[in-house]
Design a protein around this ligand. Structure first.
Ligand SMILES: [Zn+2]
Length: 332
């Protein structure tokens, strides 16, 4: 079961295992998404990770007494409930609350999993609300529901929502923060990929940071008509690009800088919402200095790079040629 879930929701599982390890688990989560996307299984896996006596590689073993009791739904500190008939009634929630308060040892961990949470009656939901707001001891509640829109907004707003249909942005952002990625690079990275392993690779040894900085420098020189833009390509940018994937990423970043500039040219208020936040001062300056026709001509040039890459022309040759071409647009 552990392996299966790790396969269907690798990102979510990985992130939650790290969250548990760092003791950053929140009071309440709402797991939502299509039926069968692994919401219940991931909640149980997190509970197992919390109680397992034999954690291997930051994963629960699935074999120890604690793990087995959770899998059999018989663990006293992991209480699971689902609709009794058509709804989850207030008595069911009250019963669990009572059970938790009598058995709670100060500081001990409890997990509460509610399946089909959209079927809670208003009374049950209100009773749960108090419980989420004033938990007894260390309790984490997992609400599981394929229909988030049917859950009372007051409940939803007090949970951290994890969408199992796609990779959850909030979780990704938390992981990026844990990786030490500064907020100025976060949105840019997330606009390029949703894959955490991919981002981990990019930010290793500050590679992404170095590349972005050099591209910003290149852009600044280029738009000033400064011929030093060419040696930046040869000596600073190219050594950072050792394979096709990295080259394509660099190209995406280049196009992003120019698009952000275009955005700011038309609307200076857009500066705070551009993707390339670390290039903000340069983009702001360039947008105010260059003409729209220069900008559009440069973007036209850059957009043909992709086609050239497809016919296997060397990236350095293309980027050098484009640099020289764009320089002529800006030379004074
Ligand atoms: Zn175990």
């Amino acid at each position: 079961m552990i392996e299966e879930i790790s396969k269907t929701q690798p990102e979510i599982v990985k992130q939650f295992m790290e969250i548990v390890q760092q003791k950053h688990l929140s009071h309440a989560y709402l797991f939502t998404g299509e039926v069968g996307a692994g919401e219940l299984e991931v909640a149980m896996l997190i509970a197992m990770r919390l109680f397992c006596t034999n954690v291997i590689d930051n994963r629960p073993c699935g074999e120890c007494t604690e793990c087995r009791r959770i899998l059999a739904r018989e663990h006293p500190d992991v209480v699971m409930t689902k609709p009794d008939g058509l709804s989850i009634k207030v008595d069911q929630i009250r019963h669990i609350k009572a059970e938790f308060s009598t058995s709670a040892v100060e500081g001990s961990q409890k997990v509460f999993i509610i399946e089909n949470a959209e079927k809670m009656t208003v009374g049950a939901a209100n009773s749960l609300l108090k419980f989420i707001e004033e938990p007894i001891g260390t309790v984490t509640t997992f609400l599981i529901s394929p229909e988030k829109q049917l859950i009372l907004p007051t409940i939803v707003s007090r949970t951290q929502v994890v969408d199992f249909n796609g990779v959850d942005n909030q979780l990704l952002i938390q992981s990026l923060t844990n990786l030490g990625v500064p907020p100025s690079q976060r949105d840019l990275l997330l606009s390029l990929t949703n894959s955490l392993p991919q981002i981990e690779e990019w930010v290793q040894d500050d590679w992404f940071y170095k590349l972005s900085n050099q591209l910003i420098k290149w852009f600044e020189y280029l738009t000033a008509g400064n011929k030093l833009a060419l040696p930046i390509v040869q000596m600073e940018i190219m050594p950072l690009l050792t394979n096709r994937t990295q080259q394509r990423l660099a190209l995406d970043l280049i196009v992003t800088i120019w698009q952000d500039t275009l955005l700011c040219k038309y609307n200076s208020a857009a500066l705070d919402s551009i993707r390339f936040q670390s290039a903000k001062p340069v983009i702001s300056k360039v947008a105010s200095q260059i003409t729209t026709s220069q900008l559009l001509a440069a973007i036209d040039e850059l957009l043909t790079i992709n086609a050239a890459l497809d016919v296997n022309v060397g990236f350095q040759n293309i980027l050098e040629a484009k640099t020289l071409k764009i320089l002529t647009l800006f030379s004074k």
